[in-house]
Each structure stands twice: as C-alpha cells, then as structure tokens.
Write a new protein. Structure first.
Length: 342
C-alpha cells in the first residue's frame, strides 16, 4: 500500500531513502529537490503531447495517451528503481502529487517496493523552501570592497563554531563581471532557492547566521527578496584591507586566466569604465599586467560598492592588515562579540 506523507515527513525520510522525481527532464532541470533522481514517467515531448491532448480533447483521451506511453515501459521503470533502491523502499513525487506520481507509486508498490508518496508534490517542497526565506533570522553580514577576502573567511567562521552560508558558492558566481571565471554553470534561480532553502532548513534559527554582503542578483541568479531585505537591515561588519593587498590578491587569482575571458569580462563593464579606461585595461591584459587591469576595474567596483553601502544603517568597520582568512575570521568574530551581534 502506498504511504502518502507530508512534506515534513518527506524531508526526514529523504535523508536516508532515494527520491524519485517523475516530472519531465525540463522540469527537473529548472529546479529539483537536491539529491533527487530524475526518473521521468514521460519525456519532454510526451509530456507536451499529453498536455495538448488534455487541452484540446479533455481528460480521458489524455489519460489514454499517457497509458499508451507508460505501459510498454513499466518493466524498465521497475528495473531502474531496483538499482536505486537496494532495500526496495523509496520516495516518489511529481509536480502536485497527481496522476504522474500516483501512477509510478502504484507500479512500484505493485512490484514489491515500499513507496512513500509526497502529498502536494514538488509544489509543497517549494512552499517549504519559500517559508525558510520568510523566517526572521539573526543575521550578521560580512561586507567590504572586492578583494577583501570575505568569501574566504566564511569557512573559518564555521571552524570557530559559527553558522554561515556561502551564497556565491551556491550560485556558482563571485558576483562581478569576472564572477563566472573558473566556476561551473550557474543554477536557475529556482534551483538556487532550493539549495539555499535546504541549508537554511538545517541551521538553528536561534543562533546567528553569517552571510556575505550581496546585491539583489549574483550573476544571473536572483536572491530571494524576503531574505535579501533582512540582509539589508542586518548589522554589517565592513572589512577594510589595504588597497595594495586587495590588488595583489585579485591579480593572483586572475593571472592564469585566458586573456580572451578577461577581455570579455572587461567589455561587460565598458560603459561604466569609459572608453579610455577600457582601452587601458585591455592593453594591460594583453601585456600580462594583471595588477594594472585590477587597478582599473576596482575604480568602478569600489565606487559602486561604496554607493550601495552608504544606504545601510548599521555599519561596523574593521581594519585588517592582511588577507589571511584564518586570522581575519578570529578578528571578525571578536568584533561581533564586542558589539553583541551574536
């Protein structure tokens, strides 16, 4: 007998059992429960044909078309499920907990599996993720100009017993025109929300959470507005690192990057840099002078960040004399404790 469960029960079981997402591949690609297996009952083309039949002919003809596709593939589904669920117990969901997951759950139950079916489907999961962004949280924001080493400090704060999430790591983007360099492809905004929501779900709401200061978008990914609004209002520790160290750090990061990729990144901010600065930056890249290229780019980035920072209310500056993330994390934590931010 198929066991229909709530999203809360589903999430508890998902830590131990395989999750089968029976939606079409395109749906899965846009966003899915992390660690869920794509197990489509219909491919994208079949789903489109059935959807068109439903709109033009109604429910019953569409169901028959679906069964014509599902029937010949039933044994294949059972064989694949057996590979994924060695103990023959698994979780199944579709978009809303309707016919697709119902049919797959019936088949696997009939074939001897213990099947847990998600009530409300992936839609219920999305509601749970959005709820994480709405919850009031005790945030501490790590701010500072480009090259101050904010992202590098976060894991060291974790080692000191703090909670942190690397937003840029989840977004696969460092948040500037150069942000995609040496990074995997970005997830969709929907899947970024899934990844972020899952991390928030695992953290304590009573303990402070450290996040790096971010704009509304990280590359193409859009930050959840309720969480971003909380970030804007939260206290921000602003790292102040000597300009020379910032330039050296960034130049070191980009010294092995392909010239064409760097040039393309500069051209993305051509209008903001101006014609002369763009020309000089491109020449510096061609000459292998990374420090000069960084100097030129920072004129724009520093101005833009300082403009945004001026809108904040609760800023706490912290002067640092190095870019050693372990040492700086200790100083950041000490300052946060001094100001009773934790």
């Amino acid at each position: 007998m198929v066991n229909t469960i709530t999203i809360e029960e589903f999430m508890q079981k998902a830590a131990q059992l395989p999750v089968l997402d029976v939606r079409a591949p395109k749906e899965y690609e846009v966003g899915h429960i992390p660690a869920a297996h794509s197990f489509p009952i219909f491919d994208d083309k079949q789903r489109a044909v059935i959807g068109t039949a439903y709109k033009q002919q109604g429910h019953d003809p569409a169901v028959l078309i679906g069964l014509d596709s599902f029937g010949p593939r039933m044994s294949g589904f059972v064989k694949e499920a057996t590979k994924l669920a060695k103990d023959k117990e698994l979780l199944v969901h579709c978009w809303r907990g309707g016919m697709r997951s119902g049919a797959m759950a019936w088949l696997l139950d009939f074939s001897g599996f213990k099947v847990h079916l998600l009530k409300g489907g992936y839609k219920a999961y999305r509601h749970l993720m959005h709820a994480q962004f709405e919850k009031p949280r005790k945030l501490v924001i790590l701010g500072g100009l480009t090259g101050t080493g904010k992202t590098d400090i976060l894991p060291h704060l974790q080692q000191l017993g703090q909670q942190s999430i690397d937003l840029e790591g989840l977004a696969n983007h460092k948040g500037s025109a150069f942000g995609s360099i040496d990074m995997p492809p970005q997830p969709s905004t929907e899947h970024f929300e899934n990844l972020l929501g899952m991390q928030l779900l695992q953290l304590s709401e009573q303990q402070a959470l450290w996040l790096e200061d971010e704009s509304k978008t990280i590359g193409r990914v859009v930050m959840p507005k309720p969480l971003h609004d909380q970030m804007q209002a939260a206290p921000t520790i602003v790292l102040q690192v000597p300009h020379k160290l910032r330039v050296q750090k960034l130049a070191q990061e980009y010294c092995h990057t392909n010239e064409a990729i760097l040039a393309a990144s500069i051209l993305k901010i051509k209008k903001r840099l101006g014609g002369l600065a763009t020309k000089e930056a491109l020449a510096a890249i061609a000459e292998g002078d990374m420090e000069k290229m960084v100097e030129i780019a920072l004129v724009y980035y520093d101005k833009a960040y300082n403009f945004d920072l001026a809108k904040r209310q609760h800023l706490i500056p912290l002067e640092l004399q190095s870019i050693n993330p372990e040492e700086n994390a200790a100083q950041v934590l000490q300052l946060a404790q001094k100001h009773k931010l934790l």
